[in-house]
Design a protein around this ligand. Structure first.
Ligand SMILES: *[C@@H]1O[C@H](CO)[C@@H](O)[C@H](O)[C@H]1NC(C)=O
Ligand SMILES: *[C@@H]1O[C@H](CO)[C@@H](O)[C@H](O)[C@H]1NC(C)=O
Ligand SMILES: *[C@@H]1O[C@H](CO)[C@@H](O)[C@H](O)[C@H]1NC(C)=O
Length: 649
């Protein structure tokens, strides 16, 4: 009797311990739906993301597709600060990711709360328990604490919190020093982001215990707060270490108080290096780590995650991930030996506006995991595209047959672009005869590549071309980066027929280079675009291009080309506004207007025209840039000073 009772108690305790030990970390972030204050309240969208032990919180492909709520359904309460406008929020989330091997399910959910303007307060998800197999905090409770702050920023807007993305469990070999960079970003581009350890001391910014039982969960770890980089060594195999961080945004580099505080808790798992080859797999292509990809709301996103094994004979058995709500992953494909991939599919919804992180790690057949690979989808923004050159001289220059001494190349993009924020983003010029790279430029820093408006210009110090050879150009992901926030990147271009040119062989032709093009005058009638008059005068020795545009709806372009010597001497632009602007300019009209100086070009005078085209296109495009895409005007105005590159490395 006594024995069976004891047994019962013992079993019951065991079961309840297993049942309650199920937390695997999480984060809470927030943003105002409209960051311009009006009235006395603001709608704040709060995003929760938690990970659980999958054997206790089930998640499958079906659960993900059906958007099933998973995990604890506990109240998140206001714990410090001005709590008056907080109404409780529950913690169950829509399943987004799972890993059988790691025994993890993750979910995410957004809710919108109406909050009084001008108040700071902290909300907390406090419950238990983590699990037994932790270096620090075995079977302890968790605290996930976020500071919401609706005080108007010095720039007059309502703040948005930083966003951090991570895999729930990251494998690291024991007894080696590792450097781990946490992917953090902030919608308010100019903010300074800092990371710190979550603390139990109530003297922290939340005035609350931020880490429950897992404070200082990675013994000996060092945290660089400016770039959110962890340097640490794990010493125990098959044991987890919990990382509890707060990510905080400061208005500028002299601010001493943050504007919000975001928790991020995840796990490192130590493994003993297997005998023999132990090189971890790596995620290669199609996008580089920390890429930023513009994805309009409602568009269909399709991205590949491609992993390469580190040791021959191993296979990739799992991709762990952390994905936005609604993203689906294909099964693992094996397109060639040692290469494995999954395909991500997703249609972003309007409540996902802003940065949405995706992280993946590839796990091989000996349970060795790759470095975490994260990309940011910038929902509601478009990535620029590089415009495919057309046969009738269009977006790229030069195409067709050019002189051996040609050194200036330019290509147009669909949106205003700037230099990529990462090094290692290349433009390659390849010789199609030998299929070798003739010249590569790193667009991240090399001065031979310049960005102006909608144009990328590449200037060779010396022309490397061989007479009679044919060349093509390839672009890495992000050669053209948008100017918003994290810089949404152009897709990579690997098609050898995208931009092709040949070097003129004088031996095969008797054409001289002194042809004269007669003057051409074209008149283009456009819609009443605006009351802005644009006067552009480009003076080039032997070439005069003048272009005037007034609200009388007529654009006149005249051009004369007489020589092959080129000296650009002056550029003058005068803009006069004489009345209320009508922001209607159809892309087709602008293309026509902008192409006038370009279309008259023939192959022989191309050499002369290149700088003219570059400047002309730029002036033309930049003048009309704000009218070009009316749907973006609002966003542009609002964020003009605030949004800029921000992905921390
Ligand atoms: C992070 O910042 C620290 C200190 O400023 C610096 O030493 C370290 O190299 C940085 N790490 C990375 C990965 O940028
Ligand atoms: C702070 O920012 C200002 C303006 O961007 C800059 O001039 C200054 O050097 C920065 N100070 C520090 C300590 O980084
Ligand atoms: C990119 O590379 C250049 C040249 O090596 C270096 O000066 C620059 O600091 C690098 N930039 C980044 C962001 O790593």
């Amino acid at each position: 009797m006594t024995i069976s009772r004891l047994l019962f108690v013992f079993l019951f305790l065991r079961v309840s311990i297993i049942h309650t030990s199920h937390f695997r970390g999480g984060t809470i972030t927030w943003r105002p739906l409209n960051n311009t204050p009006s009235g006395s309240t603001v709608d704040i969208q709060i995003r929760q993301r938690y990970s659980w032990r999958r054997s206790s919180v089930a998640c499958t492909d079906t659960t993900i597709a059906n958007r099933v709520l998973i995990g604890d359904n506990t109240a998140v309460n206001c714990v410090t600060g001005t709590c008056s406008s907080w109404s409780s929020m529950t913690t169950n989330t829509y399943c987004t990711d799972y890993s059988g091997g790691l025994d993890v399910s993750s979910g995410e959910k957004y809710v919108t709360k109406t909050i009084t303007l001008g108040i700071p307060f902290s909300i907390a998800f406090v419950s238990s328990a983590w699990f037994a197999n932790l270096v620090i905090g075995a079977n302890s409770g968790w605290n996930i604490v976020n500071r919401i702050n609706t005080v108007i920023r010095p720039d007059g807007y309502i703040n948005a919190s930083p966003v951090a993305t991570t895999l729930p469990v990251i494998y690291k070999a024991i007894n080696q020093q590792h450097v781990h960079i946490v992917q953090i970003s902030d919608f308010d581009g100019g903010d300074i982001l800092k990371c710190r350890w979550s603390t139990s001391s109530t003297s922290n910014y939340n005035s609350y215990n931020e880490c429950g039982g897992v404070c200082s969960g990675v013994p000996g770890a060092l945290l660089y707060s400016n770039n959110c980089t962890l340097v640490f060594t794990l010493t125990q195999a098959a044991v987890y270490a919990a990382v509890a961080l707060q990510i905080e945004d400061y208005y500028n580099n002299v601010s001493t108080t943050p504007m919000s505080s975001v928790p991020l808790q995840f796990l490192f798992y130590g493994y003993a290096v297997p005998s023999g080859c132990s090189t971890p797999p790596s995620i290669i292509g199609n996008r580089p780590n920390r890429a930023c990809i513009g994805t309009p709301i409602g568009s269909t996103v399709s991205e590949y995650v491609i992993a390469q094994i580190g040791c021959s004979g191993k296979t990739i058995i799992d991709f762990t991930s952390s994905s936005p709500v609604g993203m689906t992953k294909s099964t693992i494909q094996n397109p060639s030996t040692g290469i494995y991939q999954i395909v991500l599919s997703w249609i972003p919804t309007s409540d996902q506006y802003g940065p949405q992180g995706f992280c993946a790690g590839a796990v091989d057949s000996t349970n060795v995991q790759s470095e975490q690979w994260c990309i940011t989808f910038l929902v509601g923004f478009e990535s620029p595209s590089i415009i495919r050159p057309t046969a009738v001289q269009g977006s790229a220059s030069p195409i067709g047959t050019i002189f051996q001494s040609h050194t200036t190349f330019s290509i147009q993009t669909t949106r205003s672009v700037s230099r990529p924020t990462r090094n290692g983003t290349y433009i390659h010029f390849k010789d199609s005869t030998t299929n070798t790279i003739v010249q590569s430029y790193d667009c991240g820093w090399q001065s031979e590549v310049t960005y102006t408006g909608y144009t990328i210009v590449i200037r060779f110090p010396t022309a490397p071309w061989i007479v009679g050879h044919s060349y093509y150009v390839m672009f890495d992901s992000g050669v053209a980066s948008g100017t918003e926030f994290c810089g949404p990147e152009s897709a990579p271009i690997t098609d050898p027929s995208f931009w092709v040119f040949d070097i003129w062989n004088p031996g095969h032709s008797s054409t001289t280079t002194t042809t004269t093009t007669p003057p051409t005058t074209k008149t283009v009638t456009t819609r009443p675009i605006s009351t802005t008059s644009v006067n552009t005068l480009l003076t080039t020795t032997g070439i005069v291009i003048s272009s005037t545009s007034t609200h009388s709806t007529t654009t006149t372009t005249s051009s004369t080309s007489t020589s092959t010597t080129t000296t650009t001497t002056d550029t003058t632009t005068t803009t006069t506004t004489t009345g209320p602007a009508v922001n209607v300019m159809y892309p087709k009209d602008m293309e026509k207007a902008c192409q006038q100086p370009v279309i008259i070009m023939n192959t022989v005078s191309m050499l002369v025209m290149v700088p003219v085209q570059a400047i002309g296109m730029f002036v033309c495009f930049s003048k009309f840039a704000t009218m070009f895409d009316p749907s973006k005007i609002q966003a542009k105005k609002r964020h003009a000073q605030r949004l800029k590159k921000l992905n921390q490395r």
